[in-house]
Design a protein around this ligand. Structure first.
Ligand code: ZN
Length: 315
């Protein structure tokens, strides 16, 4: 009796895997097939980003994006006690946080010449690259002030610039406001970026710092639906997902998926998620001789693949 049951289960699994059609395969809008994405971003390189924010994000398995004005970053902590030191910036980078460009001296780039705007951006790039060995791939405008010309300038060699944000900080963002941002992102399948400055000090700090961690917990509780990624990760993923083409063909009982993506792979370097309507069945997949381990949720299989790689074979 036992043997018959095993045989029946095998037959079901086989028939499921060979039933996969072109329509059953797509690239997920967000990593791991999440419904929306949230980036936690923090402006101006405040000291508390290193002492409070980063540890709270790390505790939840997340990484944040921190926009630096390098005119305010020093080696000696006595020179400026309100901003991070270079040593702290390097430590945060090593822990996987995105340490990015907020212009050298926080100049309003719409109120200076284009030459001055370029110098503000490039000088900051150079200072960050000198300490971290890489140029930031994203940008955040001081005062959130930009125009089409400065956006074009800031986007040179980058995957994204923050052009829209919601306020994570205290007085401006009661609990109901914050929770609505998340609900709206889930409803519309959007990517949203939160921003704030200091936690305990600064003009937009929290009356009660617990409001900050409470909101992180609120998002954490819905993490099966929400991708929390750095600004650079989500910007790269979204562009790649929009431009990557999948060509599906069949070889016996195997499905062959060929990805095609024509972007700068040194800049747009995120693996993509493929979702396969597997009807509750299990699949086996590989790309370039490497096994791709699927995750299963709601009858679908999710695979991480290299959009610049070779054919993906699915059985
Ligand atoms: Zn700022």
């Amino acid at each position: 009796m036992k043997r018959i049951i095993v045989a029946a289960v095998t037959a079901t699994a086989l028939s499921c895997s060979t039933d996969i059609t072109k329509e059953d395969i797509r690239i997920s809008d967000y990593k791991d097939g999440k419904e929306c994405a949230v980036s936690f971003t923090f402006d101006d390189g405040m000291k508390e980003h290193c002492t409070i924010v980063a540890p709270e994000l790390e505790k939840r398995g997340w990484r944040g994006t921190f926009w630096l004005c390098c005119a305010w970053i020093h080696d000696d902590p006595q020179i400026d006690t309100t901003h991070m030191t270079w040593q702290e910036v390097v430590e945060m980078d090593r822990k996987g946080h995105e340490m990015s460009n907020h212009a050298w001296s926080h100049a309003n780039l719409t109120q200076v010449t284009m030459e001055e705007a370029r110098a503000e951006i490039e000088k900051n790039d150079e200072a960050i690259a000198a300490h971290l060995g890489k140029k930031p791939v994203t940008f955040c405008f001081p005062y959130n002030a930009y125009n089409p010309e400065t956006v074009e300038l800031a986007m040179e060699g980058r995957v994204g610039a923050r052009l829209k944000e919601f306020w994570l900080g205290g007085q401006n963002s009661p609990k109901e406001y914050l929770e609505k941002q998340i609900q709206d992102a889930l409803d519309s399948g959007s990517w949203i970026a939160g921003m704030t400055h200091g936690i305990n000090y600064g003009y937009d700090c929290y009356e009660d710092p617990a409001e900050f961690t409470d909101f992180l917990d609120y998002v954490k509780a819905m993490e099966d639906r929400i991708w929390v990624g750095t600004f650079g990760e989500v910007a790269a993923y979204v562009k790649e997902a929009a431009e990557c083409k999948l060509t599906v063909s069949y070889e016996g009982n195997k499905v062959i998926v060929s990805p095609g993506l024509d972007l700068d792979s040194s800049l747009y370097d995120m693996p993509l998620t493929m979702e396969i309507n597997a009807d509750g069945g299990k699949i086996k997949a590989s790309q370039d001789g490497k096994e791709l381990k699927p995750e299963y949720r709601d009858g679908k299989a999710y695979l991480q693949f290299d959009p610049y790689g070779g054919n993906i074979t699915i059985r």
